[in-house]
Each structure stands twice: as structure tokens, then as C-alpha cells.
Design a protein. Structure first.
Length: 158
């Protein structure tokens, strides 16, 4: 089955919560990620898809960023990056981030599908792999996760 729509409900141990919708374009060449997350500190926060759909230990059990092509961490527009690298979202002065991202690597079907994986918003800004240290090339130095959720098929797809 070709999946064209997915949804993810994010919640952390604290006040951060939100809903993300994902929609593949016809042909599956790009995916639009649209969301609203509240309870954040104002400013930029790293936003990623992690490898596993296991949130039994918060985002600590979700594994590293989804990286099926074994690349280094980078910005969404970089030629080399993890599939799960979505850059930063920015929360306003009230702690709410509203965003729409169009991504060329995210897939809702096929070999590198993100369905069943975990989406995480982090406490700090992602340095997009430009931090000149090992951690920058793995995670972007974006700190702990503040909210997470498993990506599932949006029932409106049927």
C-alpha cells in the first residue's frame, strides 16, 4: 500500500506537546511536514526523525537520527545528511512553534520509510553539523529531547 499521509502526536515529560502531519506528494518525491508544538522555550529547537519507534524510555530508546545511507549530520538542504535531519523549528515568545517543511528525503513508503519511527523535538538549537566536533556530526549538539512520538499512518489516507 502506498501511504500518502501520516501523523505524529508529540508529548514529553514536561509541558511540551504537539501534532505533526506528513503528506507525500504524488510520486513520493517529497514530503510536507506541518506542525504546531507548544510548551517550548522561545527560540530554535532541533527537530529530527530517530531510527526506532520505541518510546518506552522516552526518546532515549528511539536511537540515533534515522540514517539509512550512513551520512554525517547536516542541514535539510545539505547534499549529505541523515534522512531524519529536519533542521530547526522556532518557537515564538509564547513557546509555540508553527511550521511547514518540505523535505526531499523523507518517505512514507518504501525502503527508507519513516513510518513507525520516532519524531523528536530537542531542547537546544541544532548546529546542523557545523559545530566542528564529533557530536556535531552525529546529532548537531541539540541536547535532550523535550517531546517525542511515533509516526503512524493517518487514517484519513483510506
Amino acid at each position: 500500500m502506498e501511504v500518502t499521509k501520516a501523523i505524529c502526536f508529540l508529548k514529553g515529560a514536561g509541558p511540551v506537546a504537539g501534532t505533526i502531519t506528513l503528506k507525500a506528494d504524488e510520486g513520493g518525491h517529497k514530503t510536507t511536514v506541518k506542525g504546531e508544538i507548544s510548551g517550548l522555550t522561545p527560540g530554535k529547537h532541533g527537530f529530527h526523525v530517530h531510527t526506532f519507534g520505541d518510546i518506552s524510555n522516552g526518546c532515549g530508546s528511539a536511537g540515533p537520527h534515522f540514517n539509512p545511507c550512513n551520512e554525517t549530520h547536516g542541514a535539510p538542504q545539505d547534499k549529505k545528511r541523515h534522512v531524519g535531519d529536519l533542521g530547526n523549528i522556532e518557537a515564538d515568545e509564547n513557546g509555540t512553534a508553527r511550521f511547514e517543511i518540505e523535505d526531499r528525503l523523507l518517505r512514507l513508503s518504501g525502503k527508507h520509510s519513516i513510518l513507525g519511527r520516532t519524531m523528536v523535538v530537542h531542547e537546544k538549537e541544532d548546529d546542523l553539523g557545523k559545530g566542528n566536533d564529533k557530536e556535531s556530526l552525529e546529532s548537531g549538539n541539540n541536547g535532550a529531547g523535550v517531546a517525542w512520538g511515533v509516526i503512524g499512518i493517518d487514517e484519513d489516507t483510506k
